[in-house]
Design a protein around this ligand. Structure first.
Ligand SMILES: [Ca+2]
Ligand SMILES: [Ca+2]
Length: 234
């Protein structure tokens, strides 16, 4: 992923648990949520960093997932190691697209790149790879402008985007938890209001504005990225 050098990276984005509990005095923010009997032992079990860039024709997502074991025996777009994406409109009150991505099969036997267009215009392209020795999975996704119903992407274009990055492991296969950016847009039912509002920047990267109403999105460590926080964010 050398072409991503210099593009701002968001490492370990945080979200409030349980869903809907953000912005409170006692809100609890995490970088991973266990689910369905899964257990999470820490960032080496699963954690994620995300990057975005664009040109006039495409939005690009680069996702680096640290994960101790590749699990997707059923070749599912969501029920195992996978990346689920929601695109929402600028108001974040309408779902534009739902796309699911994964590498098929388990550690040592990966045989496919899975692109599942759950809804929306589709036409996305994906290249994924697994570095088992370094326990790292790379996802690179290209979305043509049609995903926003536009002919060109230009600075100041705004839209919502959510990522749920699922983890299953050898002893606990399937969707047993997730990290992600605005993950609650996708899990426990679909909620477009929980996507992050993205604004295309003049330098062809993306600027960020936190959700202000029921913020589930908190940034983790951010490298070289302009982020505008609402007053009630930590
Ligand atoms: Ca894991
Ligand atoms: Ca895994």
């Amino acid at each position: 992923m050398n072409e991503w050098d210099g593009v701002a990276q968001i490492v370990n984005p945080k979200f409030a648990v349980p869903k809907g509990s953000g912005n409170g005095a006692n809100s609890i923010y995490v970088i991973f949520k266990e689910y369905g009997g899964g257990t999470w032992t820490g960032p080496d079990d699963q954690s994620s960093a995300v990057q975005f860039a664009y040109d006039s024709e495409n939005l690009y997502l680069g996702i680096v997932v640290t994960d101790d074991y590749q699990d997707n025996a059923t070749h599912s777009g969501w029920n195992g190691d996978s990346v689920q994406v929601m695109i929402a409109n600028q108001a974040r009150d309408t779902i534009v697209a739902l796309y699911n991505y994964a590498l098929g099969d388990v550690e040592g036997a990966i045989d496919s790149i899975i692109v599942m267009n759950e809804s929306g215009p589709g036409g996305t392209q994906a290249v994924f790879s697994r570095d088992a020795a370094n326990k790292t999975t790379y996802y690179e996704i290209r979305m043509p402008t049609g995903f926003l119903g536009l002919t060109k992407l230009i600075p100041e274009t705004k839209f919502g985007l959510g990522l749920a990055i699922n983890d299953g492991d050898k002893l606990t296969p399937g969707q047993r938890g997730w990290s992600g950016l605005g993950a609650h847009s996708i899990v426990y039912g679909k909620s477009s209001s929980e996507t992050a509002l993205l604004t295309l920047g003049a330098d062809q990267t993306l600027n960020w504005v936190f959700p202000t109403n029921n913020a589930m999105l908190r940034l983790g460590q951010v490298y070289s990225l302009t982020a505008t926080a609402a007053a009630d964010c930590p």
